[in-house]
Ligand binder design. Structure first.
Ligand code: C5P
Length: 216
């Protein structure tokens, strides 16, 4: 069996993390949610706003633990739930547009994928982090469906939000992520696009597993 990397990119709340986690479990691969890494740096930035990004990333100790999903530790503290809160979501695209932040995280992500066996989701995985990934998926869904899914997700996490606010937030984040100067969100030429609007998690997972089987 070949060892492969799978890159899953796409706009906010398209279902990437849920699906990537399922695919990784089924194939016994390591799941990495890179959005959580940008969120972790956003938390560090909000707590140290006078520190430059260059200095900030130099001081960080970021650990990802695969444990029924992914837990995120920042300087020893478990921040997995904290980084889903609204203040982080509102500021993450700004932090993710900083060159020092991207250089730091892309290097780390490339190290994590060097020996293959990783399902990694994000915005620039197929284009920048692992352009040689054996399988690249670009996942999209209508903004209405994405807002509805995020509404349910947030409710389950105890985060207060409204549908209208989520439509606005998702659209704004997509715009910022697609128009930033450094590695903006875009579909890699060789990525397979899957529109998950109206599809169940099981259906999308099955489709990706079938595509992965061809490469294994
Ligand atoms: O995936 P998630 O919505 O948690 O990502 C949060 C933010 O992190 C995105 O809106 C984007 O600004 C940034 N991000 C990125 N590159 C990645 C993953 C996430 O710029 N590979």
């Amino acid at each position: 069996m070949n060892k492969i990397n799978i890159a899953i990119d796409g706009p906010a709340a398209a279902g990437k993390s849920t699906i990537a986690k399922r695919v990784a479990e089924a194939l016994r691969m390591v799941y990495v949610d890179t959005g959580a890494m940008y969120r972790a740096i956003t938390l560090a930035h909000l707590n140290n706003q006078e520190t430059s990004f260059k200095e900030l990333v130099g001081q960080l100790e970021l650990r990802l633990i695969n444990d029924d999903g992914q837990r995120v530790l920042l300087n020893g503290e478990d921040i997995t739930d904290r980084i889903r809160e609204n203040d982080i979501t509102e500021n993450v695209s700004f932090v993710a547009s900083q060159q020092e932040v991207r250089e730091f995280l892309v290097q780390l992500q490339q190290l994590m994928t060097r020996d293959k066996g990783v399902v990694m989701d994000g915005r620039d995985i197929g284009t920048t982090v692992i352009p040689d990934a054996e399988l690249k998926i670009y996942m999209i869904a209508s903004v209405e469906e994405r807002a509805n899914r995020r509404l349910l997700d947030n409710a389950a996490r105890g985060i207060v939000s409204t549908y209208d606010q989520l439509v606005a937030d998702i659209s704004e984040r997509d715009h910022l992520d697609m128009t930033r100067d450094i590695s903006p969100l875009s579909k890699a030429e060789d990525a397979i696009q899957i529109d998950t609007t109206g599809l169940t998690i099981d259906k999308v997972t099955e489709r990706i597993l079938a595509l992965a089987e061809e490469k294994l």
